[in-house]
Write a protein of this length. Sequence first.
Length: 74
Amino acid sequence: MATYNSNFELTVEDMDLIETSLRQTKAELAAQFDKTGDSAADADVAVRQIHDLLGRLHNQKVFYRPREGAYVGG
């Protein structure tokens, strides 16, 4: 039986491209909310799934914070 690959080798640039593409798709689908009918409902589900995926990607990032000195965020 086949199993899922749990080891991915993606670069930072790959992740940036994926996130940018997801954000663009999310924006295009969100624009369909003005329409009525099944397509708007389908777009709503897709936008929620993309939003959740972007959140999971964000939560897996490791952000740099210096050990010494003042941290200036922004």
